[in-house]
Design a binder for this molecule. Structure first.
Ligand SMILES: [Zn+2]
Length: 409
């Protein structure tokens, strides 16, 4: 199976210019091939991927610029066009009303796919080498397992660059547990699940205050001075430490869920962003990006272990009463406690939310069991220290020491 790693890359000005130029050529090619497909459709001619593939060769004869791009990357542009067409046709088959493919305008072509060849990942020197592009410094924040099959270079909206490294690994299936769980993004905790377990927000997420202080100090130092360089280095190290701790926590937490459950239901945060407004504080933002990171780690660990992660629509998951299904209209983000005016069920809001996530996931209208309203909070240190391998809330009356530990990960 293929798994992906996303690493930030730092092209020099000159290399960045090349990348942008090549992306523009890929965009041109994509549109040119789409034009050909459209013409054939109009004339009622059959056209296939091989036809447009052959066209690339012809186009290169007439116009020298595309030769600046590694040939396999151009082939993958054609591949991308046809997979878009295929996806569209499948939607149509399922009765969805969809339009036809649009031409790529402006900066909308964002990726170059070096599939199978044309790249070299140099761990020792921390470099990514791409054919017809050059060397780009790359930051490996974790080791790559398996055999590398391809690299996708990606430009973000804000102009950052990433390399998505795809590698082939053997699956490591786990035996079934017979358990499923729903997880809600926490507002006070990192997350809360339908088994009544809350994971404490890692305190290092709040270290941003410290970073702000160092940043302020840095801005006061004279440019080019030794002290400024010192402060800059300190800041960089602080960031790096924070990032490593954060990842470590997320790795272990996702491992916990994959090991203990066959199916994990989670909220689809992208959708949530659209339906529920959230406060835009820095910490909130960091928490959201940590959540996104957590989901991607969870997804890849789950796939490898033969588990399932299912994203559910978060419509009303926080406002709905898990006990009777009543939707509370005026619940605000500040309300930590959920109280149902209809049936009287009260619970920690995120716990109530996680029960709803599970219900939506399982397609049932309410949770039919007796529950404790308060989740058991697991300190983040326990996660980092690898002490949380399985947590059980056996007896609802017990209030402390609920988690069992059975050795280290
Ligand atoms: Zn209710």
């Amino acid at each position: 199976m293929l798994i992906s790693y996303k690493f930030r890359i730092y092209p020099s000005k000159a290399v960045e210019e090349k990348l942008n130029e090549q992306l523009e050529l890929c965009r041109w090619l994509y549109n040119r091939l789409l034009e050909e497909v459209n013409r054939a459709r109009k004339e009622g001619r059959k056209i296939t991927r091989k036809d447009t593939q052959a066209l690339i060769v012809k186009l290169k004869e007439g116009k020298p610029e595309p030769r600046k791009v590694y040939s396999k990357v151009l082939q993958m542009v054609n591949y991308q066009l046809w997979s878009n067409i295929k996806a569209l046709n499948e939607l149509k088959k399922r009765g969805k009303k969809v339009g036809w493919l649009r031409y790529k305008t402006g900066n909308s072509f964002k990726t170059m796919n070096f599939n199978q060849s044309g790249f070299k990942v140099d761990f020792e020197r921390g470099k990514l080498v791409l054919s017809k592009v050059g060397e780009i410094p790359i930051k490996f924040h974790r080791p790559i397992e398996g055999k590398i099959r391809g690299v996708i270079v990606k430009r973000t909206k804000t102009g950052k660059w990433f390399a998505i490294v795809q590698s082939e690994v053997d699956p490591e299936p786990l035996s079934e547990t017979g358990r499923v769980v729903g997880i809600d993004v926490g507002i006070y905790h990192f997350c809360v699940d339908s088994d009544g377990i809350a994971f404490e927000n890692p305190k290092f997420i709040d270290k941003t205050e410290k970073i702000k202080k160092v940043q302020k100090r840095l801005s006061r130092k004279q440019k080019g001075s030794k002290n400024r360089e010192k402060a800059r280095l300190k800041l960089a190290k602080l960031y790096e430490k924070l990032e490593n701790q954060r990842l470590d926590f997320l790795h272990k937490l996702s491992r916990y869920y994959v090991n203990n459950y066959d199916v994990v239901y989670v909220e689809d945060l992208d959708v949530k962003g659209l339906v529920e407004s959230k406060s835009s504080t820095l910490n909130r933002h960091i928490h959201d990006s940590a959540w996104a990171n957590f989901l991607s780690l969870l997804a890849y660990k789950a796939e490898r272990a033969g588990r399932r992660v299912v994203r559910v629509k978060p419509t009303n998951t926080s406002k709905r009463c898990a006990n009777c299904g009543y939707v509370v209209k005026n619940l605000s983000l500040k309300d930590r406690w959920f109280v149902c005016p209809k049936c009287g069920w009260e619970a920690d809001r995120d716990y109530n939310g996680s029960l709803n996530v599970l219900d939506v996931g399982l397609g049932r209208s309410r949770t039919p069991v007796e529950r404790e309203p308060l989740p058991l909070v697991i300190p983040y240190r326990k996660v980092i220290e690898g002490q949380v391998l399985s947590v059980r809330r056996e007896a609802p009356s017990v209030r402390a020491g609920w988690f069992t530990t059975s050795g280290r990960e």
